[in-house]
Design a protein around this ligand. Structure first.
Ligand code: ADP
Length: 447
């Protein structure tokens, strides 16, 4: 096992990793920008290294600075958290070239899954059901129009390198095709430096269902059920739960096995998420994320496992501490993402926290790097906390979420907490009756 690891991240996820490492008796090194010298992850780690100025490009994304921080502290492995360098195959290669361990999958798996066309192709060959669409990239508008006519509208044009909801455009009819095709290409080029696009059937009423997988890199892999992340704004998740209210135990076992077998086949190592759209009883693969996800705690809650501990174990060469038959679901868990944003437009709202009080009690977990007097810097993501509740069943989890939101105090900045209070009064949310478009429609009429 490692003696010391470096966490190449900030905010709540850096704390999350430090906590797991500390319980395992592993030393921790935080890295930070000059804007984050007062951040909680710096205070909580055993050691810290300043890696650059506020801009992420020059600090949290600076590969030479992160590698140098390992060398001067003697850290043997790097946990990337999510975002930043977590899905950068080039970084993984450089880490290995320096004799260090990357706590995550191989560069090759990251590369294959990071390109949505090769990801779909690989999954199809592994027997995973995919959204119907073009076979690979679509190079010209004429080709796109021919495919649209053949598949039937609506269709969605997606940048193969896209992420975070960027580089996706819907064509409702043939008349929209030119605009959608050109915009998706332009967004792919400007955001990800790659203008290759592909086409999928646009599903009109699906749920977003994702399967948590975990592999040991030696041909064994398990699944930890699904998360339903259908409540989204601009293709970004805001409310996540496990198990999915619309998924039966038989469906879970079936799609879970398909995913676990696929991961075993490719010798996948560590945590991964296989994302699907789910409509009328069918699963359609859309993409795979080769990292820990923001919403991993709902899975941890219902299975009683520590996914970060498990990531560190397998990265050090140990076996997984569980097998498929050990993984039994207990109760229901919900997470809400608390962002420093001002409603109704979700404008980022950095600033000084004058008072912070975290909720507690049975079945409540608050993952946040906030503290009284902390100033949220304007340079990074607006996620300031995740409130996760666990109950014996969905109604108990919902009641607990309502109770815990009432205890939470974040004074000094605007947050998305009022959105969740409002959502918990909605019959559709209470009954779990929503698809990926529900929240957008609700926001149009209610905020
Ligand atoms: P990103 O990598 O940007 O997160 P994804 O491919 O994971 O993009 O898709 C994000 C979201 O976009 C999905 O959860 C869903 O809401 C929507 N989406 C993606 N593909 C389709 C599709 N074929 N039909 C309908 N909605 C889609």
């Amino acid at each position: 096992m490692f003696n010391k690891i470096l966490i190449a991240n900030r905010g709540e996820i850096a704390l999350r990793v430090i906590r797991a490492a500390r319980e395992m008796g592993i030393g921790t090194v935080a890295v930070h920008s000059t804007a984050d010298s007062d951040a909680m992850h710096v205070r909580m780690a055993d050691e810290s290294v300043c890696v650059g100025p506020p801009s992420s490009m020059q600090s949290y994304l600076s590969i030479p600075a992160i590698i140098a921080a390992c060398e001067i502290t003697g850290a043997e492995a790097i946990h990337p958290g999510y975002g930043f360098l977590s899905e950068n195959a080039n970084f993984v290669q450089i880490v290995q070239d320096h004799g260090l361990t990357f706590i995550g999958p191989t560069a090759e798996h990251i590369r294959v899954m990071g390109d949505k066309i090769t990801a779909k192709d690989t999954m199809k060959k592994l027997g995973v059901p995919c959204v119907p669409g073009s076979a690979g990239g679509v190079a010209t508008l004429d080709e796109a129009k021919a495919l649209g006519a053949e598949m039937g509208y609506p269709v969605i044009i997606k940048a193969t390198a896209g992420g975070g909801g960027k580089g996706m455009k819907v064509a409702e009819t043939a008349n929209d095709m030119e605009r959608a095709f050109q915009t998706a290409r332009a967004e792919g080029k400007s955001n990800f430096g790659n203008d290759e696009v592909y086409i999928e059937k646009y599903l009109t009423t699906p749920r977003h269902i994702e399967i948590q997988v975990f592999g040991d890199g030696k041909g064994r892999a398990v699944h930890l059920g699904e998360r339903d992340c259908s409540l989204q704004r601009r293709h970004q998740k805001v409310f996540e739960e496990a198990p999915g209210p619309a998924i039966s135990p038989e469906e879970r076992a079936r799609i879970g096995k398909v995913c676990a077998d696929a991961m075993a086949d490719i010798n996948y190592i560590g945590a991964g998420t296989i994302e699907f759209l789910y409509e009328k009883g069918e699963f359609y693969f859309i993409e795979m994320n080769t990292r820990l996800q923001v919403e991993h705690p709902v899975t941890e809650a219902i299975f009683g496992v520590d996914l970060v501990r498990e990531q560190i174990r397998v990265a050090s060469g140990m076996d997984m501490s569980f097998q498929q038959e050990d993984l039994q679901i207990n109760g229901h868990s919900i997470e809400v993402r608390i962002n420093a944003e001002k409603l109704p437009n979700f404008t980022p709202c950095p600033g000084r926290i004058t008072q912070y009080h975290a909720p507690g009690g049975l079945g409540v977990r608050m993952d946040s790097a906030l503290y009284d007097g902390y100033s949220i810097p304007p340079y990074y993501d607006s996620l300031i906390g995740k409130l996760i509740v666990h109950g014996r069943d969905r109604p108990e989890a919902l009641a607990r979420l309502h109770r815990a939101l009432g205890e939470l105090i974040v004074d000094g900045v605007d947050t998305t907490v009022p959105l969740f209070h409002a959502l918990l009064a909605e019959p559709d949310v209470l009954s779990g009756d929503y698809n990926i478009h529900w929240l957008e429609h609700w926001l149009e009429t209610n905020l």
